[in-house]
Design a protein around this ligand. Structure first.
Ligand code: NAI
Length: 390
């Protein structure tokens, strides 16, 4: 493409959290510009947000329906190319479906929808329209996560036996939803959040990471969900025993009442010959633990000699030389860059490379929604283990 891709936004106004992170990530590589938005549920905040972001006032819209309808009528050289959706969970499906049906590509926050049924409908829409949908599972964009995935895939650890993934946070240790915290209020409301708070908000990140790095799919679950904070309407803590393809076993812990924790995502995977460990709070390190050998530390951005050479997926997603920290914003930007490269390649009639196509998509969104529903159903039922149904 000889120009930047034009982005529109639903949500992400002055009253929002993650929208601003999306803009930093989208702009990092100079491939994307913001041209329009319905930035807030409040039209005044939407207008003020548009002004602050230097968006032309005639392209700041009151609703996403108006935005999609009007943008679709603009000439090809002006209209937005894709829509980023950064609203509460219950407002993902509507704009995503409408945008796809009107010829726009989509970037949407997780969880992709609030039900598996909606998720499958989006999959059908993507397949029928041929458009691209990107789901922002943030942690999958890190170079050392790419390296971990590549090492598992090439058989470095032998057959995988055990996958342990954790996402503890502490920010919902109190009843914050009743104390004026808007982000907590919609997350803890079943109508706006979905069937599970903890699994929708962070458990899906952990489940995606486990399947992405291991290359194995979850086949059965045994779940225990709890509401630890009195008065809360949804769960805030969960432990899930997992069975994967190829007889691998796993444990997933997602918790928002782990008082004192920040965003302590961690994954450990063990095969017959050794294992790996990666943590979000130290993301440029990948610890490799092989049987009968000293531990090794792989670090982002190094030009190691064979047989330690970093994979093409790790280097493709690295921006600066070793020792200069890359973090969550760069990981997020990797997702946007790969999405932008894929959309541009498709528009030019070219086949995107595997590295370009390496971002979470509609199929990951369907698995994420299936994960939530399978865990909730298992927790409510009487069977110890239940099959993972999609
Ligand atoms: P937030 O509550 O801070 O912001 C929501 C925004 O959506 C606000 O600007 C609000 O005015 C706007 N909005 C609500 N209804 C709207 C409508 N009808 N039209 C236009 N705008 C509307 O929420 P937050 O924390 O930014 O989360 C948004 C989404 O991002 C959620 O689905 C959440 O799960 C996800 N998220 C993902 C993260 C990640 O690591 N990938 C991190 C944080 C959030």
């Amino acid at each position: 493409m000889k120009r930047k891709l034009r982005m529109g936004m639903v949500g992400g106004g002055k009253d929002a959290f993650i929208g601003a992170v999306h803009r930093i990530a989208a702009f990092m590589d100079g491939k994307i510009e913001l041209v329009c938005g319905a930035f807030s549920i409040d039209p005044v905040i939407s207008k003020e947000s548009g002004e602050e972001l230097f968006v032309s006032p005639d392209r700041v819209y009151a609703t996403y329906e108006e935005m999609i309808a009007k943008e679709a009528q603009l000439p090809e050289g002006e209209r937005m190319d894709f829509l980023t959706i950064v609203t509460p969970n219950f407002l993902h499906f509507g704009p995503a479906k409408l945008a796809l049906e009107n010829g726009f590509d989509v970037v949407v926050e997780k969880p992709m929808t609030v039900s598996l049924e909606e998720a499958k409908e989006l999959q059908e829409t993507v397949e029928r329209t041929g458009r691209t949908l990107c789901l922002t599972h943030t942690y999958s964009g890190y170079p050392m996560i790419k390296q971990a995935k590549a090492m598992v895939k090439e058989g470095h650890f032998g057959k995988i036996r055990k996958i342990v993934v954790e996402y503890p946070q502490g920010w919902l240790s109190r009843l914050s939803e009743r104390e004026g915290n808007a982000g907590a209020a919609w997350r803890a409301d079943p109508k706006r959040s979905g069937k599970s708070l903890v699994m929708g908000d962070i458990g899906t990140h952990a489940a995606h990471l486990a399947e992405y790095v291991s290359g194995l799919r979850i086949t059965e679950v045994c779940a225990d969900l709890s509401t630890m904070v009195e008065g809360r309407l949804l769960d805030d803590d969960g432990s899930v025993l997992l069975r994967f393809e190829d007889k691998a076993k796993g444990v997933l812990m997602a918790s928002q009442i782990s008082a004192g924790e920040e965003n302590a995502v961690r994954i450990r995977i063990y095969g017959e010959k050794g294992g790996l460990e990666w943590a979000n709070e130290d993301p440029n390190n990948l610890i490799i633990k092989m049987l009968d050998q000293p531990r090794q530390l792989y670090r982002t951005g190094n030009a190691y000699a064979a047989p330690f050479t970093l994979s093409s997926f790790a280097t493709h997603n690295t921006r600066i030389p070793a020792g200069h920290p890359e973090g969550l914003l760069e990981s997020f930007a990797n997702i946007y860059r790969n999405f932008a490269l894929t959309v541009s390649a498709k528009r030019e009639g070219k086949q995107p490379t595997p590295e370009m196509l390496d971002f979470p998509n509609v199929y990951d969104g369907v698995r994420g929604m299936a994960f939530i529903e399978n865990v909730v159903n298992n927790n409510e039922g009487t069977e110890k283990w239940t099959k993972f149904v999609v």
